[in-house]
Design a protein around this ligand. Structure first.
Ligand SMILES: CC(C)(COP(=O)(O)OP(=O)(O)OC[C@H]1O[C@@H](n2cnc3c(N)ncnc32)[C@H](O)[C@@H]1OP(=O)(O)O)[C@@H](O)C(=O)NCCC(=O)NCCS
Length: 196
């Protein structure tokens, strides 16, 4: 069902320096970008995107471009259409023994609410357990991002904590939830090492 490069309807490849324009297109929808990006709510700059790209290429365990295959019957067909990115940041130097990673996902608006986010999210969970040997996955999500929270809970993630009033936009503070999943638990984690 999953390989390191594909899930049933989607393909995955590493982000490349040529992806700058695509990453810029992910900033087009203000609310989506604000939900995904932890920085101050302000117009993004090309420099910020370029730095983000460099950071992902050098510092991420895997920053994967999520794509629709040109030929849906062949997940390896060329000229896929990029629809989003999942950025998985592995343990920082000195923290490797904990096998814990942090990740986030964003899709272009036109490809949301079609089940692709759930599929890409579950693939990222699978990849981190099965290919990257992670033991624990975690992510942060803002209060009010109900669609994302639903997708994460469906995959088995639980809310483990709350950074109260940790993000400010629209004139008020919003809570940020910490959500986590252990290998072998939850729907998406069951394929993990201990669940096999
Ligand atoms: C969050 C995101 C990745 C989800 O991907 P998606 O393709 O839109 O999601 P899916 O279509 O796979 O699934 C959406 C699910 O949420 C449900 N949903 C939609 N709106 C909802 C809402 N307001 N409240 C609760 N659930 C909601 C849908 O019914 C569906 O659930 P189901 O499959 O059980 O029926 C995508 O919407 C996105 O990129 N958002 C902008 C960036 C972002 O917020 N990223 C997360 C940062 S933490």
């Amino acid at each position: 069902m999953y390989t390191a490069r594909s899930s049933p309807r989607l393909t995955y490849r590493a982000v490349e320096s040529s992806d700058e324009a695509f990453l810029w297109s992910l900033t087009t929808n203000h609310e989506d970008w604000r939900n995904f990006n932890p920085v101050m709510d302000r117009p993004p700059t090309k420099t910020y995107i370029s730095d983000w790209l460099k950071k992902m290429m050098t510092g991420s365990m895997l920053a994967a471009i999520v794509s629709l295959p040109k030929d849906p019957s062949n997940p390896n067909s060329a000229e896929d259409t990029p629809i989003g990115i999942v950025n998985m940041v592995g343990p920082l130097p000195g923290l490797e023994s904990h096998h814990c990673s942090l990740f986030g996902l964003i899709l272009l608006p036109g490809f949301q609410c079609k089940g692709y986010g759930t599929e890409a999210f579950n693939w990222a969970v699978w990849w981190q357990f099965e290919c990257a040997n992670m033991h624990r996955l975690e992510l942060f999500v803002a209060e009010g991002n109900e669609r994302a929270i639903h997708v994460y809970k469906k995959a088995g993630f639980s809310v483990e904590g709350c950074r109260r009033e940790a993000k400010f936009f629209e004139g008020r503070y919003w809570d940020i939830f910490l959500m986590g999943l252990l290998v072998g638990s939850g729907e998406a984690g069951k394929g993990g090492r201990r669940g096999l």
